[in-house]
Design a protein around this ligand. Structure first.
Ligand SMILES: [Ca+2]
Ligand SMILES: [Ca+2]
Length: 128
């Protein structure tokens, strides 16, 4: 039984490797060079205002929360910013998160709402 798993895993990895090498000839290759976190909340707010991801049409399953979250992450990377796709397993919802200095915020990519989550580190401990 365990031997089957050992054999199966490398085969899956090889198959995924083969699939990931296939690329449509018309699809442009975009290389993201050294994306950085947003320097402050104001920059994130301005960038979200200018970005049009939230203006896209919601289509059940075809272009829903996960697609909005992935599109917002791609848009951020294209502009040199680093944000994450985040999954709320309880609500079965996808959204984004960003780390700005010592704070974490969630971003609702369908509305541009910014939801403060909290601080990463104890600032007094950092100052010591
Ligand atoms: Ca926007
Ligand atoms: Ca989807």
């Amino acid at each position: 039984m365990k031997l089957k798993h050992i054999v199966a895993v490398p085969l899956i990895v090889i198959m995924l490797g083969a699939i990931s090498c296939v690329q449509a000839p018309t699809e442009p290759t975009i290389i993201y060079k050294n994306p950085q976190p947003f320097p402050n909340l104001a920059t994130l707010i301005t960038w979200l205002d200018e970005d049009g991801t939230n203006d896209q049409v919601y289509i059940v399953d075809a272009h829903d929360c996960d697609d909005f979250a992935i599109d917002l992450q791609k848009a951020a990377l294209e502009d040199g910013y680093l944000i994450n796709v985040q999954f709320d397993l309880e609500d079965e919802h996808a959204l984004n998160s960003a780390i700005i200095s010592n704070i974490v915020v969630f971003i609702e990519p369908q509305t541009d709402e910014i939801i403060p989550i909290g601080k990463l580190d104890d600032e007094e401990a950092i100052a010591r």
